[in-house]
Design a protein around this ligand. Sequence first.
Ligand code: GAP
Length: 528
Amino acid sequence: MDPFLDFTQALHKTARSMAGPNTSDLMEKIVSLCKRRGFIFPSSEIYGGLNGFWDYGPLGAELKKNIRDRWWEDMVRRRDDIVGLESSIIMHPKVWEASGHVGGFTDPMVDCKTSKQRFRADQIFFSPVVIGGSTAGYVSVLESEWIAEELQEKAEALKRKKAIQGKLDPVQPRDFTEARPEEIPLVPSPATGEPGSLTPPRAFNMMFETWVGALRDESAIAYLRPETAQGMFADFKAVLDTGRVKIPFGIAQIGKSFRNEITPRNFTFRSREFEQMEMEYFISDQDDWQKWHRYWIDWCRDWLLSVGVPESSLSQYDHPKEKLAFYSKGTADIMFRFPFGVQELWGIAARGDYDLSQHAKFSGTPMTYFDEATKRRYVPHVIEPAVGVDRIALAILCSAYCEDQAPDEKGNLETRVVMKFHPRIAPIKVAVFPLLKNKPDLVAKAKETRDLLRPHMTVFYDEAGAIGRRYRRQDEAGTPFGVTIDFETLGEKGPELKDTVTLRDRDSMKQERIKMGDLAPLLLEKIR
Ligand code: GAP
């Protein structure tokens, strides 16, 4: 697939890849708001964009920073048992041999020889079309929430097209990795709708390679990290030797990861460059890992609620035992209902002692812990909550998007787009508006208010346009509070109202008059 994709194409593709009646509309609206208001746009857009890479604009950068800061505060600073780490993005290549990424970090890839498009085999779903007991052909679709429904529709269309009489059996969806060799030429390509052009699946390693130093030979090959987790394992001993930690304890890190995804899609959901927030929680090999696994699942869920992700959009998926990696004791994903389907948001894995043992084996450095109390030395086990900052940002953007009705300047109801971010996570906490920009006293007072609040929170000062328009712009930015400086503030409508302002609530649009001096403490209480 052409890695270069302009934004219009990306937008169209994003919307198209989301089947279902209203959800593609919703996703299209969210993507377009993100661009219009400066949350997210395609990387290097002036050159047509680069598929799987995204830039965060002024509001997006604030949103992401708030997510990171909140997580770091809750995960590291407010706890005694977790310390932070910032390891390098490029590590010794042996790290990735030990972790299994060089040998096994692959996705099954399929090419369409006609369209030259590339797919992940486990994202193509197909079924034989069985009419009156015989197979009349095959149908295929790309992964969505409506796989069976879409395949059934296509099967009915094939029956009509071939004018075959008889009873059509319900479709039996399988993914393309499960296709038998004789079925591969019969499955239509999702790109052309015709059979015969799909190659058998083959393993594609997703690590980005580079060279370290001046020589570009095999010995200089290194990788951009595909996860931050291995930094914590490789530095386990170094952190232990600082003497600050005792089992059970965790090492947490926020940082960029890179995966050469075969099919980046659904806006930022699956990107090639993204940011992770991961924590490795080391426990005794004799401790009850299930207790800790449950503890971290609950912690992650509560944290999501604390940043405004509604409980009703969340669910839990426990990976079936037979699909777990051989070393894994259990993995649970917290799932989020995105407009394009229910998808993984946060993975919480019980990884046993696999990673530390592998690094001990490959590096020759023992990765053990000595328990002073029991005088026992052992390799700790680990529970790992791993999440993408971009994926949380997308979940928060999707949760926040609302449309309601609000009166325009003439009192007629119009559709209002409002991003109902939790005040704790909102990019801008408060906007300050002078009622009119051509009244120097109003402007001066508004700037005084801005400066009063600025040391405590992100403030946006706006004097351009009618006040109603300014409110709407901040509604789209998701700013929870608006402060208007009017003639009452100047004392022109009575001395008792001097130095009072109106405080507007984004969600209810209600306004209350309060004293300027009360603003900072009142808002601080609401945003913390
Ligand atoms: N250390 C374990 C690990 O990396 P993962 O399930 O591959 O596990 C953890 O990734 C989280 O990182 C995912 O739950 C998701 O939130 C995020 N993530 C993974 N791949 C991503 C991608 N291509 N784009 C955006 N976020 C991604």
